[in-house]
Design a protein around this ligand. Structure first.
Ligand code: F6R
Length: 366
């Protein structure tokens, strides 16, 4: 059942090239310049007239929502707010009929997300679901939606759900960018090609498994860990930290790299591993100077970089190389070594990777 893998989590990490393809199959036809999804086509006016998109979700799905915020705003120029479902629903939120609410949920059963959807519907918003489990409560409660088609996710730590959610949300952004004319034709076609090529690049990123394992063996006993990223990769830093804490029980925090000097830098000493996401596009020089700040305080630097990088290599204690892609798609690749790193650390610490203590796969209580 685990397909020869020791844990469901590892199996699901390795399934990502295939399930991302399943997510875009029939929806993305790069050579024809087509990106389409029934749930979007049927409701295109709602999206085109949206004055705002509100994304509601919890946990890893909320992180996918944060990545989508950057993508929607850049591609389709629609203002986006990303809300923890549990906070949104209890604070008398302002919701207008011209808001489109997107609820993201792997299980489709998360109680707070479901309640947020009901509230948004009562206030007249159009609610669109991005779910993995077909026929789930959230998929039934939303007005329309798009499934991620990632297949069953058994490991409690979400992996393939995250990357397929980002894939769907990227496709929606591209579809809206096309309709709104907010992206140049050449960028549009380039993004379709790049997205179609992502599964092969995810497969390449999986080849970082050995180096991830080596790094895991060095830092497995660290009591704390910091994850830093900027722009599209800030949410990946949050997700990397969540993955580590939930399965290895190491305290970890994710931060936008520039926020470090507003507090977290005080934590850095020679015992603190800092994982920095530093692909070559997207504020690269700024991230390099953040790396220098860590180095001058003797922090241990583990950097995720684009293949061929030379600058970060000179500064970091360890580098993990991922293939090059368009900036907005980098989260689909940078997240892979972080999943592997948490996995190996948890295994080496003897943790129950697929069923971490205190956690449930579907959080159906509030
Ligand atoms: C993290 C994790 C949780 C879920 C969260 C939302 O690895 O699994 O944080 O992401 O409980 O679950 P869904 O997406 O099912 O609504």
């Amino acid at each position: 059942e685990k397909g020869g893998y020791e844990h469901f989590m590892l199996k699901e990490i390795y399934e990502q090239p295939n399930v991302i393809k399943d997510t875009y199959r029939g929806r993305l036809l790069a050579n024809k310049g087509i990106v389409q999804m029934a749930g979007i086509e049927d409701n295109i006016e709602k999206f085109l007239n949206a004055e705002r998109i509100i994304i509601v979700a919890c946990g890893t799905s909320w992180h996918a929502g944060l990545v989508a915020e950057y993508i929607f705003e850049e591609f389709a120029r629609i203002p986006v707010e990303v809300e923890y479902a549990s906070e949104f629903r209890y604070r008398n939120p302002i919701i207008n009929p011209k808001d489109v609410v997107i609820a993201i949920s792997q299980s489709g059963e998360t109680a707070d997300t479901l309640a947020a959807i009901k509230l948004a519907k009562e206030k007249g918003a159009f609610v669109f679901g991005v779910c993995n489990v077909v026929g789930s409560s959230i998929s039934r409660e939303t007005h329309a939606g798009a499934y991620t088609h990632a297949g069953p996710e058994i490991g409690v730590a979400s992996t393939k759900a995250f990357t397929t959610q980002i894939t769907i949300l990227t496709m929606i952004s591209l579809r809206l960018a096309k309709a709104k004319g907010t992206m140049s034709n050449s960028d549009f076609h380039r993004y379709l090609q790049e997205l179609e090529a992502i599964p092969e690049k995810v497969a390449e990123a999986l080849a970082t498994n050995d180096i991830a394992k080596t790094i895991a063996s060095i830092y497995k006993d660290a009591p704390n860990c910091l994850y830093l990223g900027r722009g599209y990769n800030f949410p990946v830093a949050l997700e990397g930290a969540l993955k580590l804490k939930e399965i290895s029980y190491i305290h970890a925090e994710g931060y936008p790299a520039a926020e470090m000097k507003h507090g977290p830098i005080a934590l850095i000493d020679e015992k603190m591993p800092v994982i920095v996401i530093a692909p070559k596009q997207g504020h690269y020089d700024k991230v390099v100077s953040n790396i220098q700040e860590i180095k001058s305080r003797s922090g241990k630097i583990i950097a995720v970089v684009t293949k061929g990088d030379t600058q970060v290599k000179k500064l970091a204690d360890h580098v993990i190389e991922i293939p090059d892609t368009a900036e907005a798609l980098t989260p689909l690749l940078t997240t892979i070594p972080l999943q592997l790193l948490s996995y190996h650390i948890a295994v080496m610490r003897g943790c129950n990777v697929d069923q971490p203590r205190n956690l449930a796969k579907s959080v159906t209580v509030e």
